[in-house]
Write a protein that binds this ligand. Structure first.
Ligand SMILES: Cc1cc2nc3c(=O)[nH]c(=O)nc-3n(C[C@H](O)[C@H](O)[C@H](O)COP(=O)(O)OP(=O)(O)OC[C@H]3O[C@@H](n4cnc5c(N)ncnc54)[C@H](O)[C@@H]3O)c2cc1C
Length: 254
């Protein structure tokens, strides 16, 4: 005679009630849960950002935000070298969750707020927000950080700064694969590392050849290999290359 089991037990191999598991850590305020961060923000002079940080901590701790972090890593970027008509496009497609993380980061100024709204504590407030958002997902922090770091480098070349800074500091995210001249918001990547050199970039072998005049702000052709360019869909890259006067830094639109 066949023994009758409750339906749920037939397939699920139910054994006993598991009672010692914690609830998932979600729908909580990342900032308010972090007393060390709160006191650091106060100590370092950004108490004025408390309410903004509380709101951002609430957003970052939402289940939807955390889920985006998991999805952006589960559905990995895909390189599409050609379009359907055979044109070379070299486009990297990211999951929508990644784009949403980028949107949130940029709308909240993680990529530029101390440059666009400079004041005492501005770097602290930005660092705190960044710290919260990289707990949700770390990899999008790479293009966000590089975009952030581009402004001090561009300050060495005022004509480039004038052209690029408003687009870098814009609080909108535009991931479209179009030339920067057609966009009002851009992200900046970096191509410093080469196969032979990460820390010691003076060993880089990429060469810069002047197209016309030599010197700061002039156009150069770069010849060499870069390595570990981890945010290839940025709109432009700070690229290191050797000139006759030693290593220099070039802004190369994608
Ligand atoms: C996730 C990720 C993303 C990256 N994205 C980018 C990117 O977008 N663009 C880009 O240009 N690069 C990128 N990089 C490369 C990164 O900049 C290099 O990995 C880094 O500079 C270290 O270089 P390396 O890996 O060649 O290590 P090495 O320079 O070979 O260093 C190896 C070890 O030696 C130590 N060391 C090196 N020099 C010294 C010294 N003088 N004294 C004492 N110790 C020393 C280092 O601390 C390290 O432990 C990325 C790397 C990672 C891991």
């Amino acid at each position: 005679m066949t023994q009758q089991y409750p339906k749920a037990d037939q397939f699920m191999a139910n054994t006993h009630e598991v009672e010692n598991q914690p609830q998932p850590l979600e729908n909580y305020n990342l900032y308010l849960a972090d007393t060390a961060l709160q006191s650091a923000v106060e100590r370092e002079g950004a108490s004025w950002a408390f309410s903004d940080l509380i709101a951002f901590g609430e957003l970052a701790g939402q289940r939807e935000s955390i889920e985006r972090g998991f999805q952006a890593n589960k559905y990995q970027p895909e390189l599409r070298t050609h379009d359907r008509y055979g044109h070379r496009i070299d486009q990297v497609d990211f999951h929508p969750s990644y784009h949403q993380l980028m949107t949130t980061a940029i709308e909240h100024g993680l990529h530029a707020s101390p440059w666009s709204d400079p004041k005492p504590g501005a770097h602290v407030a930005r660092a705190a927000k960044y710290y919260l958002h990289t707990q949700v997902e770390a990899a999008h922090g790479c293009p966000i950080t590089m975009t952030f770091a581009a402004i001090p480098a561009l300050r060495h070349q005022p004509n480039l700064l004038r052209e690029w800074a408003p687009k870098i500091m814009a609080r909108t995210y535009d991931p479209s694969n179009r030339p920067h001249t057609e966009k009002s918001a851009v992200t900046i990547g970096m191509a410093m590392t080469e196969k032979q050199g990460g820390s010691d970039v003076r060993r880089n072998t990429t060469r810069a050849y002047p197209i016309g005049q030599t010197g700061p702000g002039e156009a150069y052709e770069l010849v060499g290999h870069k390595w570990f360019v981890s945010a290839p869909m940025c709109d432009a890259f700070l690229v290191l290359a050797q000139t006759d006067n030693g290593l220099s830094c070039f802004l190369v639109p994608r």
